[in-house]
Design a protein around this ligand. Sequence first.
Ligand code: ATP
Ligand code: MG
Length: 250
Amino acid sequence: RLSVRNIRKSFGTHEVLRGISLEARDGDVISLLGASGSGKSTFLRCINLLEIADHGEISVDGELIQMVERGGRNVPANRRQVDRIRSELGMVFQSFNLWSHMTILENIIEGPVHVLKRPRAECIAEAEALLEKVGIAEKRHAYPAHLSGGQQQRAAIARSLAMKPKVMLFDEPTSALDPELVGEVLRVMRALAEEGMTMLVVTHEMSFARNVSNRVIFMKSGEIDSDGSPEELFGQGGSPSFRQFIGNFG
Ligand code: ATP
Ligand code: MG
């Protein structure tokens, strides 16, 4: 479903990703852990082409993203392909990134109506079902500023899902939330995982990593340090660096 081979990315002389490879199969829920600065966000941003890796290959659903070298740098060869691949990858950020001048419903139908050019009435019906699913149906006509952080993040998840992505990428989706609001977002993510969505989740929520994901990847200084099932890594299989890392979470 998602295949990444030997991705490298530098900012200036700082090599942030030093050869990362990952194969995610359908329905995999992968927690990506690592210290601040280890390259987790950059990795996700390279996958959905917000950053262009200097080296390496990415394919989504068997389709290789075409790159060409121009002026000594890697650039996507085909703008249309980039747009299509991006619409196949849902991304949810730490900051909820809803459009503040649109109601929640308008936020959700924006992509399906204007990017996918689907009929408005159909998109509204689907959006209402998604709002139901994330538990904020009653907020459909509210503006983002009138929602709690947890509700905004659930709306952001619904907005991503409205594009019917093949893979969902989450970058610390609960890190900006007050502790009492974290659970409601994690519940939505767990439900999504149980439905079989393929997910790559950067998180510091060890309970999610242990109990929801089927695979845990620990990044260290731009490389994959440990990769395995939660049972393996949280059992005896994690490296000393991984043990030290999780030790910091008590
Ligand atoms: P955190 O847990 O703090 O979110 P992270 O693992 O997501 O950390 P990244 O955001 O991927 O880490 O950053 C990895 C390194 O790359 C950091 O040293 C960061 O300063 C650097 N970096 C990231 N984006 C850029 C950029 N656009 N320009 C220059 N340096 C960058
Ligand atoms: Mg980050």
